[in-house]
Write a protein that binds this ligand. Structure first.
Ligand SMILES: [Zn+2]
Length: 319
């Protein structure tokens, strides 16, 4: 039997699935992304993620015929390389990820942009199935965007969809990308954490870092933000509200340009905050929409947390 692997390489976690020819998920896994080391350490964790997913599926390694990978950074599938994956540890240069994984699994490897594969998965199998033109917004460590226009993935010259770096405030906050005023500078999980630390260090009260310690984490995960909000944490609420404001402005601006039928919200933070995130995004977009009498549908990513990994498997299981 032919089985396919899919790996979603994220800044916080690595998720993997093993699927059959009908794209049914047989097994999955989730490991934290190493925060230290470099590409070689991340690659080892990726190999482990597939091994755990195979075990979960009860599928022997010999049935794995190919593995697809959705990765951040600049992805060159033909060369099998990933360059400048900045949300990953020490991954500034070019790394032969395809070759390393191919050797480990003795199978062909396909690489693509993480957000594009997740958008494609929602378009093919998930929430966006009824539509022809969609914008995927993946709210996680950063904020990624994927575009399908008239049924086709729009990659531009290879770098399209960087919605996180739409400028929502001239002269605004510093973005993890080094530029100023990007949407991600307000809404990315990493930037939200930086802001929470800054305010906490100045003496503001919050349960965020206490929760982080209790749960043995070294960063403010989506789950910690969610729990702090449920605790009624004022600082967490203010930072999340600021994120919604930035997302609303940025996503509405993209919709004004492209007039897509639907916006699908996913990503680690988006999925965790769930329907609240979807409703707040729609609400925050409304004042910025030029065609405000016919807003696009705003939908939750239906494939949930595993959408990226399923989309990665689609790279090799599509035929
Ligand atoms: Zn930026």
């Amino acid at each position: 039997m032919a089985r396919y692997g899919g790996i979603d390489l994220g800044g916080t976690k690595i998720q993997a699935v093993v699927v059959d020819e009908a794209h049914e998920v047989l097994g999955s896994s989730r490991l934290p992304t190493p925060t230290t080391g470099g590409p070689a350490d991340v690659t080892l964790a990726m190999i482990e993620s597939i091994n755990v997913a195979l075990e979960d599926a009860g599928v022997p390694r010999s049935e794995l015929v190919a593995v697809g990978v959705g990765s951040p950074g600049v992805v060159d599938d033909a060369a099998g390389t990933v360059t400048s994956a900045r949300n990953l540890p020490d991954w500034e240069g070019t790394y032969p990820l395809g070759e390393k994984l191919g050797a480990a699994f003795d199978a062909p490897i396909a690489l693509s942009n993480d957000v594009n594969v997740a958008t494609q998965a929602e378009f093919d199998l998930g929430a966006a199935k009824p539509f022809r033109s969609i914008l995927g917004v993946f709210w996680g460590t950063g904020v990624g965007g994927g575009l399908i226009l008239d049924g086709k993935l729009w990659e531009g010259r290879g770098g399209a969809g960087e919605i996180g770096h739409m400028v929502v405030k001239k002269g605004g906050a510093q973005c993890p990308c080094g530029r100023i005023g990007c949407m991600e500078a307000y809404a990315g999980r990493k930037a939200m954490e930086t802001e929470a630390r800054r305010r906490h260090d100045k003496g503001e009260k919050t349960v965020l870092f206490k929760l982080m310690k209790e749960r043995g984490r070294d960063r403010l995960t989506a789950g910690i933000w969610d729990r702090a909000l449920k605790h009624g944490d004022k600082l967490a609420q203010e930072i999340v509200d600021r994120a919604y404001g930035a997302l609303g402005a940025g996503v509405a601006s993209a919709v004004n340009l492209l007039d897509v039928e639907a916006v699908v919200i996913g990503g680690g933070v988006g999925i965790k905050l769930g329907e609240t995130a979807r409703d707040r995004l729609a609400e925050e977009m409304q004042p910025h929409l030029f065609n405000d009498d016919r807003p696009p549908a705003v939908l939750m990513a239906e494939l949930g947390d595993l959408g990226g990994a399923i989309g990665a498997a689609l790279l090799v299981a599509r035929a």
